[in-house]
Ligand binder design. Structure first.
Ligand SMILES: [Zn+2]
Length: 201
């Protein structure tokens, strides 16, 4: 069974399929349920998550309030995502976070023997497909609950307000003054060399 199945309603079908396959297998092999904790995520929520661990607590909680999230304590103000607002697969409804539930329907977070069995199930179901990336395979930040549609970046460029291209061109300094500066520097250097040569002569 999938607890909070409604959170998958608007999520891409590829992600829904893999979560369903994991849930079926978990029920069959471990006799346990899984829970979806997040599917689609708004820009505001991503903004608040990204601020976490990067901005002072007061600012993080201001953003959380704006996004409709409860405040966090100082000790929880740690980095939880590497995706700025608009850049997570969750922002384009192409990801879901899932957890294994124990017999009392509590999240399994520290029973490593059980988690190992669950992760083996996730591994098998993810490897059966070529369109899903598992957060466990991320290189910079392991995210075991996270499953995403492999090509979600193409959706970001097509659909959302902020694209990777827009951000990188915003960050790049304007070309024109740059080339002007270079020419100026070149002329100044040339002048200095000419002067030095003439002076020695
Ligand atoms: Zn996630």
């Amino acid at each position: 069974m999938i607890v909070n199945k409604h959170l998958l309603d608007k999520v891409r079908v590829e992600v829904q399929e893999v979560v369903k396959a994991i849930a079926d297998r978990t029920e069959k092999e471990l006799g346990l349920n899984i829970k979806v904790t997040e599917g689609c995520r708004t820009y505001e929520v991503q903004e608040a998550y990204y601020a976490q661990g990067r901005k002072p607590l007061e600012e993080v909680n201001k953003l959380r309030k704006k996004a409709g999230l409860p405040p966090i304590e100082a000790k929880k103000n740690l980095i939880i995502t590497y995706a700025p607002a608009g850049h997570s697969a969750h922002n384009v409804c192409a990801a879901a976070d899932i957890y294994l539930l124990d017999k009392n329907n509590k999240l399994v977070l520290e029973d490593y023997t059980l988690l190992k069995k669950f992760y083996a199930i996730v591994r098998k179901e993810v490897d059966k497909r070529n369109d899903i990336t598992w957060g466990m395979d991320f290189t910079e930040f392991k995210d075991p609950p996270h499953l995403e549609y492999k090509h979600y970046r193409t959706l970001i460029n097509k659909n959302t307000t902020v694209s990777t291209n827009q951000i990188s061109s915003q960050n790049k300094p304007n070309n024109t003054p740059n080339s002007k500066n270079n020419i100026l520097l070149f002329l100044m250097a040339l002048g200095a060399i000419t002067f030095a040569v003439m002076y020695k002569m």
